[in-house]
Design a protein around this ligand. Structure first.
Ligand code: FUB
Ligand code: ZN
Length: 608
């Protein structure tokens, strides 16, 4: 399959080819099977029902003035879904996937204007002139999703139909925007990452330069919109230049996509100063603007980050897309630096803020991920936790984003260097890293044992680096205690058939929030392994309302329950009902699984 055209950037770690890691069985493999078997096909049906592709047919037929279907970023939803199909096609050859890729790539080609412009909201529906309302029409964002889908398809199939469309779009953007051209920006970052990706597969440096323009030109307050108070320069990540930004701010998805794209630019241009700035922003975000489960975005107003330590549990936003964007950012920082904290965050966000966005059967979604839903909550908006999971939304950014994420999640498991392999995420998988073949077997995230077998090895010595999560105090590797937070490294001449066993401690832990976070002061959250737990009404004894529950002590018991949620380890807590009320036995489940049964009150933080 096609590899990168440009020399691989000088990152600390190198990603493996897209087909080098195969999930074999277990938790992650089941997630991918669910995504492939349910989410992606149903996503196809929803997009058809929403007539997303009709917009393209109208544009292709030159039917200007047609009714438009969906929000002005509907093209983007369709292309995120198509990207999921492309990655999925890399895991298995299948007729339906090929048919979709061929059909919709051809449709995108047919809809594209001769000069490369492609945004059906403005083409077919003729809602506005090109770039007339550039801050909100998502034209460049939509083209960016197409470019990402095209690169995915090229990487997995070698086919260039959509890549040609992507190149034409990138050429159009390059001819239109940049210093000395139209010095403007799209209100929704994403094109930065997309341009770097298309640069990587084509070697066309103009695309990287344009990505750099989109990063550096931001932050000069050119984008505000008087029609809605929240569309401020802050909302658009345009208040302050990237190089001067201390905390990610404004609309969370926009801010984190921008940071991810800026990281790509820093990596490809060797800009160590920019990389250091972005690392500080990441530190600050994790310290002061992130929920315990990894969710981002404290405010409903403008779907945005709050001020530092403003992290309400009930009114929090935590859009699924923001957590997805953050895993993309951490992945880039991990590759650039080799720092295990980025892999730690990918794990926290994946299990607790991304997975919470999709139901266990793969066909219902949460857009917003609060850490508390109260008794009597009024679900006045279908994005709310209290409204339960939904099959689709008018704005379905999160479902389609989840599909493309789950289709590649295995890719985050391992990387390589010239003389070593690094294991970052734990899942049963066969991994091919150059001459090294590993077989990993684990019951993670339920079980903390990870068995790594060296199936094939070169004769010379090489280093196996295994991430020891920051939460894993007391972990052992081949029975020797290893330090939590970082990588345990074994360098030697290996023999095929050798086995290394990692044992991660799985006793439940009580964690406290930062003292500045008023909403959780005096409370603890329960974690077990990589999972954050929550208490949900349906599991509690009659008369025990979740809203009243606090902890009586920190004596936790793990109880395997095969009768609920497909069989999971629950955590039993000694609770109390109200500050002075009676004792109660309380059952906690992994947060990401909440609202898969009877909908009711739920909370993560417990007064203790
Ligand atoms: O603007 C496109 C998408 O819609 C954003 O990424 C989401 O936050 C939602 O606002
Ligand atoms: Zn979303």
């Amino acid at each position: 399959m096609p590899g990168p055209v440009v020399p691989v950037a000088s990152t600390a770690l190198q990603p493996l080819p897209f087909d080098a890691i195969r999930l074999t069985d277990g938790f992650m493999a089941r997630l991918q099977a669910e995504n492939a078997g349910t989410s992606i096909p149903r996503g196809h049906d929803h997009l058809e029902r929403q007539r997303a592709w009709v917009n393209f047919e109208n544009a292709a037929a030159g039917r200007v003035g047609e009714p438009y279907f969906g929000p002005n970023f509907e093209d983007g939803e369709a292309f995120k879904w198509l990207e999921a199909v492309a990655w999925e096609r890399g895991r298995r050859p299948a007729g339906d996937l090929d048919a979709w890729l061929e059909r919709y790539s051809a449709l995108a080609r047919a809809a594209q204007d001769d000069d490369g412009y492609l945004a059906t909201f403005n083409q077919a529906a003729g809602k506005r002139g090109r770039y007339e309302w550039i801050s909100f029409d998502h034209e460049i964002f939509n083209m960016a999703t197409m470019i990402q889908a095209a690169v995915a398809q090229f990487r997995t199939t070698g086919r260039t139909v959509l890549l040609d469309v992507a190149r034409r779009a990138a050429d159009h953007l390059d001819a239109t925007f940049g210093w000395g051209k139209r010095e403007e920006l799209c209100g929704h970052p994403l094109v930065e990452m997309a341009l770097v990706e298309v640069y990587r597969v084509t070697g066309e440096r103009r695309y990287l330069n344009l990505a750099s323009y989109f990063v550096e030109h931001r932050g000069h307050g050119t984008m505000t919109d008087p029609t809605w108070q929240h569309w401020s320069s802050t909302y658009f990540s345009d208040r302050i230049p990237v190089r001067e930004t201390v905390y990610p701010e404004g609309h969370a998805v926009r801010a984190v996509y921008l940071a991810s794209g800026a990281t790509d630019v820093a990596i490809e241009t060797g800009d160590t100063e920019l990389l250091a700035i972005l690392r500080r922003q990441w530190d600050n975000m994790v310290e002061a603007k992130m929920y315990v489960n990894g969710s981002l975005g404290a405010r409903w107003e403008g779907e945005s980050f709050g001020d530092p330590y403003e992290l309400p549990t009930d009114r929090g936003y935590g859009e699924t897309c923001a957590a997805i964007a953050s895993t993309q950012w951490s992945w880039r920082l991990l590759l650039a630096t080799g720092d295990a904290r980025y892999a730690d965050l990918i794990e926290r966000q994946f299990y607790n803020a991304v997975l919470s966005g999709v139901s266990l059967d793969g066909d219902k979604y949460f857009y917003v991920n609060p850490l508390q839903v109260r008794e009597g909550a009024i679900p006045y908006d279908n994005r709310m936790g209290a409204s339960g999971r939904h099959e689709w939304f008018g704005c379905s950014c999160c479902p389609t984003n989840l599909m493309r994420t789950l289709a590649v999640i295995h890719h985050y498991a391992a990387t390589a260097t010239g003389d070593g392999v690094q294991l970052h995420q734990f899942a049963s998988a066969d991994i091919q890293a150059g001459p090294v073949t590993l077989r990993v077997r684990t019951g993670y995230p339920w079980d903390g044992d990870v068995v790594i077998e060296i199936v094939a090895t070169p004769a010379s010595d090489w280093e196996l680096a295994v991430r020891i999560p920051g939460w894993a105090s007391g972990a052992t590797l081949d029975s020797a205690e290893v330090e939590a937070g970082g990588y345990a490294r074994i360098r030697r001449v290996w023999q095929a058939g050798e086995v290394v066993t990692l044992r991660l401690p799985m006793a439940p832990r009580a964690v406290r929030g930062h003292h500045r976070v008023d909403a959780v002061r005096g409370s603890v959250a329960i974690e077990r392994g990589p999972l954050v737990y929550a208490i949900e009404q349906v599991d509690q004894d009659t008369g025990v309302t979740v809203d009243d529950v606090g902890l009586a002590d920190h004596d936790f018991t793990v109880e395997q329950r095969d009768d609920i949620l497909g069989g999971i380890p629950t955590v039993r807590l000694h609770g109390r009902v109200g500050p002075d009320g009676p004792a109660a036995d309380v059952v906690a489940i992994p947060y990401f699984m909440w609202a898969n049964r009877e909908l009711g009150p739920m909370k993560v933080w417990l007064p203790a």
